[in-house]
Structure formats: C-alpha cells, structure tokens
Ligand binder design. Structure first.
Ligand code: NAP
Length: 316
C-alpha cells in the first residue's frame, strides 16, 4: 500500500492504513469527487456505510481511479458497515450483498457491525416519526456476529469488526466468537479520550478507529449531546499546540490519534481540507504535547449521545 501513510496489521493479518477518509453526510454528488481527490492525495482507506446512502458514488470513484491506473483494487482499503436493521444473523448477508453491489466490489476490506443496538428488520429509525422505542429489536450482538463470520469464510469481507461497542460489550464478544473483531470504530478525540477502551483494545489486539476526530462540527442537531458543547478545533490548548508545530488544529487532532496508535477517518468534501488532513506524515507530537491533550478529557460525546448512547440497550 504505497503512499498510504502508516499502517497497522490487524488480527486478521491484513494491513490497514491508519488514516482514512470519512463519508458520513457526504452527499452523493460530493463524495464522488472527495474520494477521487483523497486517492490523489495519498489516502488508501475509505470509510462508508450502508446507511450513508453514498456507496454507489464511493464505488464509482474507486473504479475510475483503478481504470486510470492510479491504484489497483488491492491498494485501497474499503470499510463499510452492517446497518442496524439487519442485525438478525439471517439478514447480515443481505445487507453485505447490497453494499457490495452498490460499491461495485467483490469484497470489502473491513465490514463492521455499525452498532450493538438493533432495529427491527426493514425499519428506518431516522425516518421514524413516532416513538423510536418502537423500532428497537432485542437481538444479541453475539448472534449478529455469527452472521458476520461466514462473510470472511466466503471472502466477501477480508476482516470484520464492530463499531460503537463499549469495553464490556467488546469483552463479551471477544470471549464468544470464532473470528476476533479486528477493529472497533468509536467516537474518540481529546474531549473523549476513552483511555480504558484504548488500553483494552491494545491488550486484545483490536485496532481502534476514531470517528468524529475533528469534533464533528456539522453533526445534525438530533445527534448532539444536549450538554454544553465546546468546539474541539477551537480549544486553546489545541490551538497553541498547532501554532507551535506550524500546523492547523485539525492536523494536530489527527496526529494525536496516529501517535496514540489509533486510526482516524476525518470526513471532508472540501479538496483543500482533504489534502491538508492527509499532510500530517512529516511531524509527530512530543510526549509532553500528547500528555497535555490527554488532560482535555471531559467525556464529551458529540454524536449520538441522546439518540442511542443513553438507550437501555447501549449501556455506556
Ligand atoms: N461508526 C459510526 O457510528 C460513525 C459515526 C460518525 C462518524 N463515522 C465515520 O467517521 C467519519 C468522520 O466523523 P464525522 O463525519 O462525524 O466528523 P469529523 O471528521 O470530526 O468532522 C467532519 C467535519 O469537519 C469539517 N472538516 C474536515 N476537515 C476540516 C479541516 N481541516 N478544517 C476545518 N473543518 C474540517 C468537514 O467539513 P467539509 O466536509 O465541509 O469540508 C465536516 O463538516 C464519518 O464521516 C464516518 O465515515 C462513523
């Protein structure tokens, strides 16, 4: 994976570039261009999901970059996610096949259970006008995982993992699986350092991927925590460290993850930002600066706190 920046070897034995492009809320017409710009800038890891409704355009951009000779299929690490309304083991393959068809790929590099929460098959909680409680389904994520493992056996997913799992949920899964989860993708940044989870994942060889690493400044209102929400990129300590290194706040926040051994998937559809967010390979943060970022932890969740995290099936 030449030009991919630093990589990690997953428990599956596959290599994953630590820095990737996020695509949540990237509109279809924007994401096509964003993925092409990202590949030209050196990104070799693209993160999408069934529920982002942009897999077709993500796939089209990758296909064109392969046709141009810029990359080969094996050079780019593609992650997508099982939507929570397909959590019953018998529905997992259906969601995977829809994603593969939309992406125009024979396999994905990483397939994640999007959330330990489960919604009823065929339901769309985001469009649900009534009581959201009505869409929840009580499926054990250990059973969902039993639908994920055969995807690796069939070669449809090179690695499998989870997203939005806390330490207890991950621990229970690790103890009750045939194929270990290679990755856990969660919200992670200096305001939500989750040191316990970081330590647990290191001990158990589960690579953490940080989402909302820049503080998700464009998150929908319904995803906000409802608490006072300081702007991460404007935090005085982040700004001061950025000034010291001659970098932007975003670059420092991304470097924080790489220096912590964590993957990060900043989202942007703005070419200059996509390029700048990848331009972090020529510096690293000192121990002192990492420690001072470590002091900013305030257990602040920017995304999903009200909607999902406080739900009875989501025991953070
Ligand atoms: N597994 C999950 O449940 C889950 C949940 C949330 C996110 N994710 C994944 O993680 C990715 C990233 O998280 P996120 O989208 O929540 O938020 P994020 O990456 O923290 O922030 C994205 C926002 O920051 C802006 N931005 C990007 N680079 C910037 C820069 N250098 N300077 C200033 N602003 C900048 C973007 O604007 P423009 O696009 O307008 O440039 C966009 O509005 C998602 O896209 C998705 O792939 C996964």
């Amino acid at each position: 994976m030449a030009g991919a920046g630093p990589t990690a070897v997953l428990s599956s034995g596959k290599k994953m570039p630590l820095l990737g492009l996020g695509t949540w809320q990237s509109k279809a017409e924007e994401v096509y261009n964003a993925v092409k710009v990202a590949i030209d800038a050196g990104y070799r890891h693209i993160d999408t999901a069934w529920v982002y409704k942009n897999e077709k355009e993500v796939g089209q951009a990758i296909k064109e970059k392969i046709a141009e000779g810029k990359i080969k299929r094996e050079d780019v690490f593609v992650t997508t996610k099982l939507f929570t309304a397909f959590s019953r083991p018998e529905h997992v393959r259906e969601c995977m096949m829809q994603s593969l068809a939309d992406l125009g790929l024979d396999y994905v590099d990483l397939y994640l259970i999007h959330s330990p929460l489960c919604f009823k098959y065929g339901s769309n909680p985001f469009a649900h006008a009534g009581n959201p409680e009505e869409v929840y389904d009580e499926v054990d994520y250990v059973d969902t995982w039993k639908g994920m493992e055969p995807l690796v056996d069939e070669g449809l997913a090179k690695s499998i993992g989870v997203s939005n799992f806390n330490k207890q949920q991950l621990e229970r899964l690790v103890q009750n699986c045939r194929i270990k989860p290679a990755v856990n993708q969660v919200e992670l940044h200096p305001y939500l350092a989750q040191q316990d989870l970081v330590d647990f994942c290191k001990r158990n060889n589960v690579l953490l991927t940080a989402y909302s690493a820049l503080g998700a400044p464009a998150r929908p209102k319904s995803f906000a925590s409802g608490e006072e929400e300081p702007v991460l990129m404007e935090d005085p300590s982040v700004v001061a460290i950025a000034k010291k290194y001659g970098k932007s706040s975003a670059q420092v926040l991304l470097r924080y993850h790489l220096d912590r051994g964590v993957s990060a998937i900043p989202k942007s559809v703005t070419p200059s930002r996509i390029q700048a967010n990848f331009d972090i390979m020529n510096f690293s943060l000192s121990k002192e600066d990492l420690a001072s970022l470590g002091q900013l932890d305030r257990k602040l969740r920017y995304v999903g706190a009200n909607l999902f995290v406080k739900h009875k099936f989501f025991p953070f």
